[in-house]
Structure formats: structure tokens, C-alpha cells
Write a protein that binds this ligand. Structure first.
Ligand SMILES: Nc1ncnc2c1ncn2[C@@H]1O[C@H](COP(=O)(O)OP(=O)(O)OP(=O)(O)O)[C@@H](O)[C@H]1O
Length: 388
């Protein structure tokens, strides 16, 4: 008991002195951190968007000597996490195909050190599949310097998850090569089927622990607008944007000025809507894969810094974006699944204040989504057949 208390005291001390938080964000966050810190078994964490999942592995990572390897889906997302950790004084790095060779060599050199200074190493699952990286892991493992494996956005492991990625599934091999290293899987969107598939695919120990909190976000107000019934749908969108960011449709006075996201299916839609809203004097920019990486980065930065208020984007925008004052998320198109909608709309109101999520529905739109989904299901069943 005394030992357990000392452990909790140490955790609370790090929470305050390193991360600057007086308390845990929720009881689930607290329980997950304590369990993970014990390093006794594998842990599955499902918390709502903005629920504070990152802390669940970042705090335990600094309690034990060695390196925590974090698998994360996007390089941009990786750099956001690294910036955040470096700001609180935790040495974290990445190895990726886009970095300069000298930087990469410096990281590898540190990891070969008897006592690496790096505490968290972020990589994509694609990199994890390379033989060089496997050798590096083995080297750390043989010296007992492999602390945890963390799998962020773990729903990507599952065929049934809305963002399935084949290289994520290969992470299932980690257990075979590094049996004693605890695996932590985190996601905001996993129903029971997806959770079971993730746990099975990653070969979790039978003693694994699961921490789930309700996906209900009481500060988010949802509505659906039937586009076909409107005489001017764009005018409706414009009013929604203006009233959401000025806080005038807020039901209480705590809602502050902020920014928002409009999701469209196609690049043309993004450009069109953005041009039209800009014509109404709204500060907005279009964001999609047709723009160069450099321009996309600049637009995202301007939006993060509040220079641009509204971003009109395809779903390529937003994964891992941690901006507190998003006052609205509008879907000009229909999302592919409930899980996708939850993730995308969940980017609103991460500060806990009132925010609005509006979905524009039309029969034509429904037919397009149905057609695309049927095509995708056909392709998926082909992939599954080929893998089995
Ligand atoms: N104990 C805490 N007290 C106060 N704020 C916290 C605490 N833990 C995390 N936060 C803050 O909550 C916000 C959301 O955290 P985080 O980015 O980890 O969420 P997430 O669960 O990963 O969300 P998503 O799935 O949308 O990426 C961050 O701004 C983070 O700094």
C-alpha cells in the first residue's frame, strides 16, 4: 500500500512539475496513467476526442528509464507532439524519411548510447516495418532500454476501423519479438468490434486492462440541416459561420470568439465554398491535397495562429490538430461513417466551451456516399480475402 501511494505521489508530482497540471483531466485519465505506470500489462485506452489521451503514455514514459516508442500515423502529427514535449522539457525525437541525414544519425547515435537521453521516439508504422528500425529496437531491447510501445490512433490497426492502415496491422509482430514490453493502444473511436480486433491483432496479454470513457461531449451542439429544403444553402452556412465564431448563438456567455472548420468532399468544393465565403468578408482559406505540402503547412499555421478564421478542407485536414478555440465544425458533405463524423466534429470545443457541429444533408449527397462506400466495401473484402 505504502509503495502504491509513493507511486501515485510520484505521478502527481510529475503531473504538476513537468506537465503543469494540478490534477488529472478525468478519473479515467488518472486510472489509465496509474495502470500504465505500473508496467504490469498491456493497456487499451478509449477516450473522447480532446480527452487527454497523450498524457496517459507521456507521463508514464518519464517514470522509467529507457525509451518509449510511439507509433503515430502522420509526420505532421508527430512533430506537434514533439514540440509539445520539448516545451515541457522532455527529450523526444523522431526518425522519418523526410529528415536530414545528420539529424537522423544524431538520433540513432543517442539511441545506441548506454543511457539514451531520448525518452519518447515517434515513428510511423511504415518506418517500423523496415529492417533497420527493427534492428534498432532489438538493440534497445537487449539493453533493457525499451520502455513501452504506444500505438496512437489504434483504430487504424483494425480492418473494421474507419482509417485502416495495413502497416498498422503489422505492429502485431512486436509482441513476438519483444514479449516483455508493455503495449499501450489509444483511440477516440473504437466500438466493441474494433476494440476486440485491435486487442487480438496486437496480441495483447490476457491480463490486459481497458479504460473507456463515454464519448459524450456535453459542450457540443449538433444539428442536421436538410440542404434540399433551403432556398440558399450557402447563405445558411454563412450565417452559421458568422454566428458561431462571434458567439452570438452561444447559449451562455462563456463562449469566446474563435475559429472553425468546414469539411467538403472534393477539392473543387473546398475552393468554391472558400471563395464564396471570402466574398462575404469571412477570413477563410481552402485546404486540400491538390496544394503543395508547403502551402498546406502555411495555411494550417495561419489557422492555428488565428490569422485565418475558417479553414475549408477535405478530410485530409485535422488529424491530431489540437486547437482549443474551434467554435464550429460544419460538414458540407456527409462523412463516411459515424466514427469519422465523431472524429471530425470532435475537433470543435476542445477547450470545453460551447461549440457547434452542423451537418448539411441532401438526398443526392446520400447517394454519392452510398456509392463510394459500396466501392470501398468491395475493395476491403478483396484485401481481407488476399490476407487470409
Ligand atoms: N490533466 C490535464 N489537465 C488539464 N489539461 C489537460 C490534462 N491532460 C491533457 N490536457 C489537455 O487536454 C487537451 C487534449 O489532450 P490530447 O491532445 O492528449 O487529447 P486527445 O485525447 O489525444 O485528443 P484527440 O483524440 O482529439 O487527438 C490538450 O490541450 C492537453 O494539453
Amino acid at each position: 500500500m505504502a509503495c502504491h501511494d509513493t507511486g501515485v505521489k510520484r505521478i502527481l508530482f510529475k503531473l504538476k512539475t513537468v506537465f503543469g497540471y494540478d490534477s488529472f483531466k478525468s478519473p479515467v485519465q488518472e486510472k489509465a496513467v496509474i495502470e500504465i505506470a505500473a508496467r504490469k500489462t498491456d493497456v487499451f485506452v478509449s477516450m473522447p476526442t480532446g480527452g487527454g489521451k497523450s498524457l496517459c503514455y507521456q507521463l508514464p514514459a518519464i517514470l522509467h528509464p529507457g525509451v518509449t516508442v510511439v507509433f503515430s500515423p502522420l509526420i505532421a502529427l508527430i512533430y506537434d507532439q514533439i514540440d509539445h514535449l520539448q516545451n515541457v522539457g522532455i527529450c523526444s525525437k523522431t526518425i522519418n524519411s523526410k529528415m536530414a541525414e545528420t539529424d537522423r544519425n544524431a538520433v540513432i547515435k543517442d539511441l545506441h548510447d548506454p543511457e539514451p537521453t531520448i525518452r519518447l521516439l515517434y515513428v510511423t508504422p511504415e518506418l517500423a516495418a523496415t529492417s533497420d528500425f527493427k534492428r534498432l529496437l532489438k538493440h534497445l531491447f537487449d539493453r533493457s532500454r525499451l520502455n513501452y510501445f504506444t500505438i496512437d490512433e489504434a483504430h487504424c490497426v483494425s480492418h473494421w476501423g474507419h482509417d485502416f492502415r495495413p502497416d498498422y496491422r503489422k505492429l502485431g509482430n512486436l509482441r513476438e519479438y519483444f514479449p516483455s514490453v508493455p503495449i499501450i493502444a489509444l483511440t477516440a473511436t473504437a466500438n466493441k468490434t474494433v476494440q476486440e480486433d485491435v486487442i487480438k491483432s496486437l496480441h495483447f496479454r490476457s491480463s490486459f486492462q481497458s479504460f473507456r470513457s463515454s464519448c459524450f461531449r456535453s459542450n457540443l451542439y449538433y444539428d442536421v440541416i436538410f440542404k434540399d429544403l433551403l432556398t440558399d444553402a450557402l447563405d445558411n452556412l454563412r450565417n452559421f459561420v458568422l454566428s458561431s465564431i462571434s458567439g452570438s448563438i452561444a447559449l451562455n456567455s462563456t463562449s469566446s470568439q474563435g475559429c472553425g472548420i468546414i469539411y467538403c468532399r472534393t477539392r473543387d468544393d473546398c475552393d468554391n465554398i472558400s471563395d464564396k465565403l471570402a466574398g462575404y468578408g469571412i477570413s477563410c482559406k481552402s485546404y486540400h491535397a491538390g496544394l503543395s505540402g508547403k502551402i498546406r503547412e502555411q495555411i494550417q499555421r495561419e489557422w492555428m495562429d488565428g490569422i485565418v478564421k475558417v479553414i475549408v478542407a477535405t478530410i485530409s485536414f485535422g488529424m491530431g490538430v489540437d486547437k482549443a478555440s474551434v467554435r464550429f465544425v460544419a460538414h458540407w458533405c456527409l462523412p463516411k461513417s459515424m466514427e469519422s463524423y465523431y472524429q471530425e466534429s470532435g475537433r470543435a470545443g476542445r477547450d470545453g466551451k460551447l461549440a457547434f457541429c452542423r451537418l448539411y444533408y441532401s438526398r443526392e449527397e446520400r447517394n454519392v456516399v452510398q456509392y463510394l462506400l459500396k466501392k470501398e466495401v468491395k475493395r476491403q473484402s478483396l484485401v481481407i480475402t488476399c490476407h487470409t
